[in-house]
Design a protein around this ligand. Structure first.
Ligand SMILES: [Fe+2]
Length: 292
């Protein structure tokens, strides 16, 4: 298994250096399978490998049904200028714990109505992972507080403009949001914060880009991204090693969200990208939680 090297510093620029931890060749890669292997997700959760992709594991008829129900859902909402598009489900970004969990409750029934398909692929993923973790004495459950639960997933279709459809960012910063000090997900920052994505539809292009750097706190503070994790200036990433992952409908991929990552725009004019997403991480030795 690969390693993240503790003291490895990457100096990109003398004045505005982006510093952090970089992975070795064994670690910094996407393990690839053509079937679901929950134990490979555990490797990502334990920080032994940067990512994993399961190719074509959701059947076409399921993708079509989920897509149709997403667009038909009366609970689907429009998102603003920073990431234009549509979504179903709550996102915790920039909210109080209370507001996030209340919003998650509002979306609960609407998400169930979309996801309740034969061979529900989200349930399949979660059950497989729960079993693999249970074998190691670890419980897997949705994050929550006071009897309220995080959203199971968030379903999104978005089409940002510019060089990247989703600007370079990391998912760690948003887990240090002061308004969420009372939320257990903040303890995931002491472990690995793992992004989960299931591609329902994608035009051509739209690759995931992951850079081999996990910015340290000094860089995040210097760039003013400490609580947001976004956006990282492109010029600071030019010299950084990156993997570019082709993503096709039916693929499920998970990766260490502490690495700076971005999504390339679709090159075709039809904007088709729809993704089911979630975030997961250990919050203590015996518990993995998921949130959105
Ligand atoms: Fe992300």
């Amino acid at each position: 298994m690969g390693k993240i090297t503790a003291g490895a510093i990457l100096n990109v620029d003398q004045c505005r250096a982006l510093t952090g931890r970089v992975g070795d060749v064994e670690y910094f890669r996407f393990a690839e399978f053509d079937e679901y292997r929950p134990e490979a997700v555990v490797d990502v959760l334990r920080g032994q490998v940067a990512g994993v992709v399961f190719r074509g594991v959701v059947p076409a008829r399921t993708l079509a049904l989920l897509t149709e129900r997403f667009w038909a859902s009366p609970a689907r909402r429009r998102r603003g200028a920073d990431a234009p598009g549509h979504y179903l489900g709550a996102y915790h970004y920039h909210k109080t714990t209370e507001d996030y969990l209340a919003e998650a409750a509002e979306f609960h029934a609407a998400l169930d109505a979309v996801l309740d398909v034969p061979d529900d692929p989200v349930a399949g993923l979660n059950q497989g992972l729960a079993k693999a973790l249970a074998a190691e004495g670890v419980r897997f459950r949705p994050a929550g507080r006071d009897g309220r639960q995080a959203s199971r997933v968030i379903i999104r279709s978005w089409h940002g403009q510019g060089e990247y459809a989703l600007a370079p960012h990391e998912d760690l910063g948003q887990c240090t949001e002061p308004r969420q000090r009372d939320f257990e997900i903040q303890r995931a920052a002491d472990h690995q914060v793992v992004a989960m994505n299931m591609c329902l539809d994608n035009g051509s292009g739209g690759r995931l880009v992951v850079w081999n750097i996990r910015p340290d706190e000094a860089s995040r503070r210097r760039l003013g991204l400490h609580y947001t994790g976004s956006p990282y200036p492109l010029e600071l990433l030019e010299e950084v090693e990156a993997v570019r992952l082709d993503v096709n409908p039916g693929d499920v991929y998970m990766f260490n969200g502490s690495h700076v990552h971005a999504v390339e725009p679709e090159t075709s004019s039809e904007k088709r990208r729809i993704t089911i997403s979630g975030i997961l991480g250990f919050v203590d030795e015996h518990t993995v939680v998921s949130w959105t």
